[in-house]
Structure formats: structure tokens, C-alpha cells
Design a protein around this ligand. Structure first.
Ligand SMILES: O=C(O)C1=C[C@@H](OP(=O)(O)O)[C@@H](O)[C@H](O)C1
Ligand SMILES: C=C(OP(=O)(O)O)C(=O)O
Length: 420
């Protein structure tokens, strides 16, 4: 799909889309529970749909109602020997240890960008927990055979927090008097989100400094009700759109959320955007914008909207955390440099540091998403203040996390033309 976004003034109100990070975790917790869980405000992005299908293949029964999902489960009881996590990094890293709770041999597949993302962790760590695991030279497919036995273990958290999320979720159903120790953990707020979700489903973990995670007496996930929060990672694009091209209110955003990407508010403040925060709503208004410094090491998904913001800020914006971007849907440091370069914005990469030369004028251009949802959305936001239309190839990449994105941008006054 090719989408053309033309310069426009932003104004209006939208409701944030459901968070795929929260939704996928809730689906996993529902699968691990015994009974029926009701998930309200469910996400329907590709990553969420993949999680629902995985849960079904691992034994859950799923009923889709008008405004909620009912997930009935009796714990992990696979009735199929293969699961497919689509393109979801979180999905595969979370559901692999969960699937390993069963004794059945299971093949774990994915497609698109997921086939090139590193999975060596499982080959190194799962055998320590009595799970047989082979990979295709550190990539998909994975072949595993459990049952996973929770033990005291030390892992490396520097590549991604998602592996730890998977172990925590799986341990929650089976562990007794054991500790996971993690070294050099990155993306810590995502672990806070995991622990918050586990607690909601009745499983408590004693966490110290995001270094040790102790499981005491054996616990069980309890089925119940869960409402998925609005997604700060997707809303970040709309908030930046308002800051550079008009004003907007984004509703259903919890300003006390555990989601790491609510840090977009700090960046917008630093850049000088007008801001009014409510408890569940945020208003952003255009104001003179200047370059800023920001550390995105623990919120790597903010890089694309931050670059769209920085492109509109006078001066050189310095963002740290580039090394976190190499293994996302694309190598995002390089893709941002390449695609924003086509729009006339110079980006320098100096190790872990990104320098964005902003305020120099954004040019209409033909850009490509590299099959990366956040690159497509960043280019669409940059188009709002360009000197002509920006044509985005492979724009359907947005479906991974935010299928409603172009509709929401249009609701706010964006000029969008879709060529299928
Ligand atoms: O746990 C999650 O929901 C996520 C964790 C982050 O990954 P890393 O821990 O690899 O940074 C983030 O980039 C990803 O989009 C979602
Ligand atoms: C990297 C992302 O997701 P995941 O790792 O879950 O595929 C993302 O949403 O930007």
C-alpha cells in the first residue's frame, strides 16, 4: 500500500489506540489462568491478533464479542505442535518460555522482520531450565521441548527486556522459592509493566533494583477482567503531529501509566511544545520549537516520533540510545537516517548518539517504511510540515501496532490519499 500524506494543519480530538504491549501480556496471562478472563478495549493490531492465535494453539478458547474478548483457559495445554508469532518480538520472546511449560515438542515460527531478529538467548538459557531448544543459527524457527523447571538463574538483559518478560510470565505459573537475576537490564519500564500485569492477575514477584526477581510460595494466575490502556507509543506520533502542525487532544492516555513511552511528554516539554495534561487525556499545541537532549535508552520505540519532532526543532537535537535500535523491525538508526535524508533532514549517527539537524526545512519526497510501522508513521508526521507531499511506500506496515493510524491522522485534519 502506498500512502501520500500532504502538508496540513492538525486540529481535533482522538482516542488513543489500545496498547499492544499491554494487550499481548494480558492474553498471555489469560492463557496461564484457569477460568474465563474478559479483556476490554482489546487491541486488533497484527501483533495482538498473533498473540490471540498463539494462545488458542496453546489451549485457550477465545470468544470475540462486540467490545471485549473472553478467553477461557485451563493453563498451557497445547493441542497443536506449532505456534506462529507473526512479526511480534514481544510475542515470540514471551510465548516461547510459556509454551515450554508443556512437555510437548513445539515449533515456533514467525514471519517478515521477525525471521531476522536474534533468538540465541533461548538456545543459551532454556537448556539451563531443562528445556531442549534449537534455533536456525540464532534465528527462527525454534524447536523446544519442556517442561520448563524454574530455577535460580542469571541472565543478560542488555539486548532486550522481552526475554525477561517471558521468563517472569512463565515462572509466575510454576516457580517456588527461586530468583531470576538480570544483568545490565535495558527497557526497564517494560518490566514494570510486566510485573504490574502479573500482579493484576494475582501473581506477585519481589523485585529489587530491577536486578533480582524473587518468587516465593507457588502461585497461580487468576482469571478476571482487564481493560487495555491507550498506547503511548502510538499516541506519541499524534502528540508530535500536534506540536509541529497545530493542536490536538489525545484521550484515553493514562498519565500515571507504567508504559515507558509516556516519556514523550518530557521530550515535548523540552522542545517547548504547549501542553495541558489531564489524568486520562493530553492536549498539545504548537509553539516555537527548539532542539533538545533526550536519553531514549529505556524507551527505544520513541526514536521515530522523536526524530519527526527534532526535524521541526531549530538546532541540533541529541538523542542517546541508538544501540537499542539495531534489532527492531528494521535497523532503525540507519532507516531513520536514510528516509529523513530523502526529506532533506540530516541525521548523524555517532555510536550510541544520534544528532538530528532540525529546522532546516522538510522536503516532499518518496520514502519507504522498510516494513517498519514506526518508520511509516514518523514519515507521515514529518509530511505535515513538508514543502510538498510525502509518498510512503509499504505504508501497510502500520498494521503491526496501529492499524487506525492513518484514520486518526485524517480525523485530526491530515490529508491522506491511499493507493492500494
Ligand atoms: O515488552 C514490550 O512490550 C516491548 C519492549 C521493548 O523492547 P526491548 O525490551 O527489546 O527494548 C519495545 O521496543 C517493544 O516494542 C515492546
Ligand atoms: C520493536 C517493536 O515491537 P516488537 O519488538 O514487539 O516486535 C515495536 O513495536 O516497535
Amino acid at each position: 500500500m502506498q500512502v501520500t500524506v500532504s502538508p496540513a494543519v492538525i486540529t481535533g480530538t482522538v482516542t488513543a489506540n489500545p496498547s499492544k504491549s499491554a494487550m499481548q501480556r494480558a492474553v498471555a496471562a489469560a492463557l496461564l489462568s484457569h477460568g474465563t478472563t474478559i479483556i476490554r478495549n482489546p487491541g486488533l493490531s497484527n501483533d495482538c491478533l498473533a498473540a490471540l492465535e498463539v494462545a488458542e494453539n496453546l489451549g485457550a478458547k477465545i470468544k470475540r464479542e462486540f467490545d471485549h474478548f473472553e478467553i477461557t483457559s485451563n493453563g498451557v495445554k497445547p493441542f497443536y505442535d506449532e505456534i506462529n508469532c507473526g512479526e511480534s518480538g514481544l510475542g515470540i520472546r514471551m510465548f516461547t518460555p510459556i509454551a515450554a511449560l508443556s512437555e510437548l515438542p513445539i515449533t515456533i515460527e514467525g514471519h517478515g522482520s521477525l525471521t531476522t531478529r536474534p533468538m540465541n538467548f533461548f538456545e543459551e538459557v532454556l537448556p539451563l531450565l531443562d528445556v531442549k531448544c534449537t534455533t536456525n543459527e540464532g534465528k527462527l524457527p525454534l524447536h523446544i521441548q519442556g517442561p520448563l523447571k524454574p530455577k535460580n538463574i542469571t541472565i543478560d538483559g542488555s539486548l532486550s527486556s522481552q526475554f525477561l518478560t517471558g521468563l517472569l510470565m512463565a515462572y509466575g505459573a510454576a516457580a517456588e522459592d527461586v530468583t531470576i537475576t538480570v544483568q545490565d537490564l535495558k527497557s526497564k519500564p517494560y518490566i514494570a509493566l510486566t510485573l504490574q500485569l502479573m500482579s493484576h492477575f494475582g501473581v506477585q514477584v519481589e523485585e529489587k533494583n530491577f536486578e533480582t526477581f524473587y518468587f516465593g510460595k507457588k502461585q497461580a494466575y487468576k482469571a478476571g477482567e482487564y481493560t487495555v490502556e491507550g498506547d503511548w507509543s502510538g499516541a506519541a506520533f499524534l502528540l508530535v503531529a500536534a506540536a509541529v502542525a497545530g493542536k490536538a487532544e489525545v484521550q484515553h492516555l493514562n498519565t500515571a501509566s507504567a508504559q515507558s513511552d509516556k516519556a514523550i511528554l518530557e521530550a515535548l516539554k523540552k522542545a517547548g511544545a504547549g501542553m495541558l495534561e489531564g489524568v486520562f487525556t493530553v492536549n498539545i499545541e504548537k509553539a516555537p520549537l527548539t532542539s533538545f537532549e533526550f536519553d531514549a535508552t529505556d524507551c527505544p520505540d520513541l526514536f521515530p516520533p522523536l526524530v519527526a519532532l527534532a526535524a521541526n526543532c531549530k538546532g541540533i537535537t541529541r538523542i542517546t540510545g541508538v544501540s537499542r535500535l539495531a534489532h527492531k523491525e528494521s535497523d532503525r538508526g540507519i532507516t531513520l537516517q536514510e528516509e529523513f535524508g530523502k526529506m532533506g533532514i540530516k541525521i548523524e549517527l555517532q555510536g550510541d548518539l544520534m544528532l538530528v539537524h532540525g529546522g532546516t526545512g522538510i522536503k516532499g519526497a518518496n520514502v519507504h517504511s522498510h516494513n517498519d510501522h514506526r518508520i511509516a508513521m514518523a514519515c507521515a508526521v514529518a509530511a505535515l510540515t513538508a514543502d510538498g507531499p510525502v509518498v510512503i511506500e509499504n505504508a501497510e506496515a502500520i498494521n503491526k501496532s496501529y492499524p487506525e493510524f492513518f484514520d486518526h491522522l485524517e480525523l485530526l485534519g491530515g490529508k491522506i490519499a491511499v493507493n492500494v
